[in-house]
Design a protein around this ligand. Structure first.
Ligand code: ZN
Length: 241
C-alpha cells in the first residue's frame, strides 16, 4: 500500500491537468447512505424498489410517494465533505486539477471549495418549479410538507437526473473535453457499471489512468495504478505541492 501511495504521489507531482471522476464511494465516506440499499425484508417501508420510485414516470404519477422517499433517502443536508473532497479542491486551487466529474448529487465538492464540478446526475441543491421555473434551495424542499409547491402552485422538481431521464449532454460534452486534454485521470469510488458515465474513460488519452476503489473493477487491467481502498483515506496521504 505504501508503495502505491508513493506512486500516486509521483504521478500527481508531475501532472498538470488532472481530471477526477468520482462515484458513490466518494460520498459514502461522508456518511451519505446508498439509496439503492434495501431496508431489511421485515421492515420494508416502501412498496416499490428504489429504481422505480426514482424514475421520471413515478415522479409524474405519484409525486407524494416520490418525495417521501426522496427526502428520506436522497437528501443528507448534515453530511460534510471528507478528505477526498478537500484534497481535490486543494489540487484545483494549486493549478494541478482541471475538473471534478461526479455522479453524486450532494454538492459536497462545492462545499469543500471545488469550483469546476460537472454534476452528471444533477444536484439536490437546485430545484425548480415545473410551472414557472422559480428556483428553490434544498432546505425549502426538505422543510415542505409532502409535495414541495411553488408560490404559483406548481410542483417543484429537483434538478436530479431520474431513471429514464437523459443526462444533460452539454455537461457531458464539457466533461469529455476536459478528459481529452487531461494528462492524468483519477477514477474513484465507482465500479464503472453505470452507463453512459462509465464510457467517459474511453475519451482519456493521457499518461496515467489511476483507479481508487474498494473493490475490483472491470478496468483494473487498463489502469497504470490501481489502489483498492477508501478514496478519502488514500487522497489524505497525498501532498499537493
Ligand atoms: Zn412556480
Amino acid at each position: 500500500m505504501i508503495d502505491k501511495i508513493e506512486k500516486l504521489q509521483q504521478i500527481i507531482d508531475k501532472s498538470r491537468n488532472i481530471v477526477f471522476f468520482g462515484g458513490r464511494g466518494v460520498s459514502t465516506e461522508s456518511g451519505i447512505p446508498d439509496f439503492r440499499s434495501q431496508d431489511g425484508i421485515y421492515n420494508q417501508k416502501y412498496k416499490y424498489p428504489p429504481e422505480i420510485i426514482i424514475s421520471h414516470d413515478f415522479f409524474m404519477n405519484r409525486p407524494k410517494e416520490f418525495f417521501e422517499f426522496y427526502k428520506e433517502k436522497m437528501i443528507a443536508t448534515s453530511a460534510k465533505p471528507n478528505p477526498a473532497h478537500y484534497k481535490l479542491a486543494e489540487m484545483e486551487a494549486k493549478g494541478k486539477l482541471t475538473a471534478v466529474i461526479t455522479q453524486n448529487i450532494d454538492g459536497l465538492h462545492q462545499l469543500a471549495g471545488s469550483k469546476k464540478v460537472y454534476e452528471l446526475h444533477g444536484s439536490v441543491h437546485r430545484n425548480y418549479c415545473m410551472n414557472c421555473g422559480k428556483f428553490y434551495d434544498v432546505d425549502y424542499v426538505v422543510n415542505s410538507n409532502g409535495i414541495p409547491k411553488c408560490d404559483c402552485g406548481g410542483i417543484i422538481k429537483p434538478d436530479v437526473v431520474l431513471y429514464d431521464e437523459n443526462l444533460d449532454m452539454n455537461i457531458f460534452d464539457l466533461a469529455i473535453r476536459d478528459i481529452e486534454n487531461a494528462d492524468t485521470m483519477i477514477v474513484a469510488g465507482t465500479s464503472l457499471t453505470v452507463y453512459p458515465a462509465a464510457n467517459l474513460i474511453h475519451y482519456f488519452d493521457g499518461d496515467n489512468l489511476v483507479l481508487i476503489n474498494r473493490d475490483e473493477t472491470g478496468i483494473d487491467n487498463n489502469a497504470n495504478l490501481v489502489i483498492h481502498g477508501n478514496v478519502g483515506e488514500v487522497l489524505n496521504q497525498i501532498k499537493v505541492k
